[in-house]
Design a protein around this ligand. Structure first.
Ligand SMILES: [Cu+2]
Length: 162
């Protein structure tokens, strides 16, 4: 469904998997982010609820957010940020995470990146972000124009309220 060559950066990915597990970002649970048929038409995306838990390590952090879509299907293909020279997309199924080349955003649905589910993994940090700081993310999509957001750094144990 996503196509493309996955796990191109195998060494970096397996390193990230280990550290990521230590961050407890990859536990069980998570839902599959809504359904929705592949419809025609342009995607209409909006991003909400983004946050970045203050990392307990100097060189790695996780990012979470929700992309809502009121149009046709799209895919999140990459994220860039001044905070990290490398950002990977991690998909979680059956309590296992793997690096993927894109994450689906269903038509009239949403892509939810949340603790225990899919997430962004930031490595090679330029500095260790602190609570209260805001970090710029640029989200890149298969179809839609890039979206820039400012992501607040929250306490390590932060959990968003539903
Ligand atoms: Cu991960």
């Amino acid at each position: 469904m996503t196509g493309g060559a996955h796990l191109r950066k195998t060494a970096a990915a397996s390193l990230a998997v280990g550290l990521c597990a230590a961050l407890a970002a990859c536990g069980p649970g998570g839902d599959d982010g809504g359904s929705g048929k592949d419809g025609g038409g342009r995607p209409k995306l909006s991003v909400s609820g983004a946050y970045l838990p203050q990392p307990s390590m100097d060189d790695m952090a996780a990012g979470f957010l929700t992309v809502r879509n009121t149009g046709g299907a799209d895919r999140l293909t990459s994220v860039t940020t001044p905070l990290a020279s490398d950002v990977t997309l991690h998909h979680t199924t059956d309590n296992r995470m793997k690096q993927v080349s894109s994450l689906d955003i269903p038509a009239n649905g949403r892509l939810e990146l949340a603790g225990g589910g899919d997430h962004l993994m930031l490595t090679k940090l330029t500095h260790r972000p602190k609570v209260g700081e805001k970090v710029e993310f640029t989200l890149h999509f298969a179809t839609s124009d890039p979206i820039e957001i400012k992501v607040p750094v929250e306490p390590t144990t932060y959990r968003p309220k539903d």
